[in-house]
Design a protein around this ligand. Structure first.
Ligand code: SF4
Length: 416
């Protein structure tokens, strides 16, 4: 219910406030008019605004972003294996941006074979922003050593096999929990050399063998150990195509550790053993290990451009749309030529959405069961190239169910 006297008083108050603001606005507008508008000239009549644009200097700032002093072509070679040729633009000695070089068709081998133009375009946003990582605030600016590892080194590399509790002390068993300490380059090389020497010494000879056995290594893993601790040093190189340092340099380094073995065990050149390189492509499963075992071919022997001419492309364990961006155009080209796409994934992924058939397997053994069924059908219907698989694959090799060893011809063919 309204209160009459209260309504009256608030009406008077509102009215007087409105009058005050109105009066103030009038005075303000007058002042503003004289101070601001009084100082402006009237707008000239302009037929074509573009010809009379007052100041376009700001456009130079925009255009200047693309000015560069020189450029160079490089190959982007991270772990994703695409090796895109990119072009970098440099200003004031700093790489400012990158774009695709669009010249893959001009690359060739020593016999003059070149690639098709269809390899272009290549590259992705990670490659195009490479300079951000080079100059970024989080880049690694010098060598670092894991703190626990350094303490282990500074304590004289006491044997971890003899004192397993030291693995906890020096944080060998709590990956990701330790911090890193900066060292200078001289110390980085010194620690590396000391570490190699310590491992070679700890795992050489009878004492070394006992330690390895105590650590639970299967005796079969010692087949090529040959008493040399250097043989227990695993050097990991990068993908085969990552260049001379990434692959061949590491192999050479592994061989060179025979010099260390000669020093540690006091043996001559005939007996000295180097270390081994286990490149991540074949040994750590970056490439499905089954591929070279079954087909005798490294993945690098296959050519993505084959997809352009394929009638059927099956993606399994592969996502060309989201993870292999420079290669996803091959799928488009397969589709353009009437080929069919099949995608086998647990989720309805981006390539699944583009495929003619999506087979949604369950995570776990679903894909294995599917592949075994496919293999079964291929064998049943003789849908294989017999000559090829005999020459290039291990498919003709059978494993005996009783001994779990390979079936030898002499076990089947009398007098073989
Ligand atoms: S796909 Fe991207 S990150 Fe990979 S090599 Fe090409 S540009 Fe570099």
């Amino acid at each position: 219910m309204n209160h009459p006297s209260k309504d009256k008083s608030s009406e008077i108050r509102d009215r007087s406030r409105r009058n005050f603001i109105k009066a103030l606005g009038g005075v303000g507008a007058l002042a503003l008019n004289q101070r601001v508008f009084g100082g402006l000239s009237p707008l000239p009549h302009i037929e074509n605004p573009l010809e009379h644009y007052p100041d376009r200097d700001w456009e130079k700032v925009y255009r200047d972003q693309y000015r560069y002093d020189h450029s160079f072509t490089w190959v982007c070679a991270p772990n994703d294996t695409h090796m895109c040729r990119l072009k970098a633009f440099v200003r004031n000695g700093v790489m400012i941006r990158a774009e695709q070089n669009y010249d893959h068709d001009r690359c060739g081998d020593i016999y003059g074979n070149t690639m098709t133009k269809a390899w272009n375009p290549r590259g992705c946003l990670k490659g195009y922003t490479f300079q951000k990582r080079i100059y970024g605030p989080y880049r690694l600016k010098g060598p670092v050593v894991r703190k626990g590892w350094k303490e282990w080194a500074d304590d004289g590399f006491p044997s971890l096999s003899d004192n397993p509790e030291l693995r906890t002390k020096y944080k060998f068993d709590s990956r990701g929990t330790d911090s890193f300490v900066r060292v200078n380059w001289d110390d980085a090389f010194r620690y590396t050399a000391m570490g190699l020497q310590a491992v070679a010494g700890t795992y050489s000879g009878e004492e070394g063998k006992n330690r390895l056995m105590k650590d639970g290594y299967d005796p079969i893993t010692l087949t090529h150990w040959n008493n040399a601790g250097t043989r227990t040093i695993k050097l990991g190189s990068n993908l085969p195509l990552h260049g001379l340092v990434g692959k061949f340099g590491i192999y050479r380094f592994a061989n060179m550790l025979a010099l260390l073995d000669a020093n540690v065990r006091g043996v001559g050149p005939e007996e000295a053993q180097g270390a081994r390189d286990w490149n991540e492509y074949t040994w750590r499963g970056d490439q499905a290990p089954g591929t070279p075992y079954a087909t005798g071919l490294q993945g690098s022997d296959m050519d993505f451009s084959d997809m352009r001419f394929s009638k059927l492309v099956v993606q399994i364990g592969k996502n060309l749309v989201e993870n292999k961006m420079p290669e996803s155009h091959w799928l488009n080209e397969c589709m353009e030529r009437g080929g069919k796409l099949v995608c086998i994934t647990p989720d309805y992924s981006a390539p699944s959405a583009k495929s003619d058939y999506w087979i949604g397997t369950r995570p776990g053994l679903g894909d294995l069961a599917l592949l075994l069924s496919v293999a079964h059908l291929i064998i049943e219907n003789k849908g294989y190239d017999e000559d090829f698989i005999k020459k290039y694959s291990d498919l003709p090799l059978l494993v005996r169910a009783d001994t779990l060893k390979r079936l030898r011809p002499e076990e089947m063919i009398e007098g073989y």
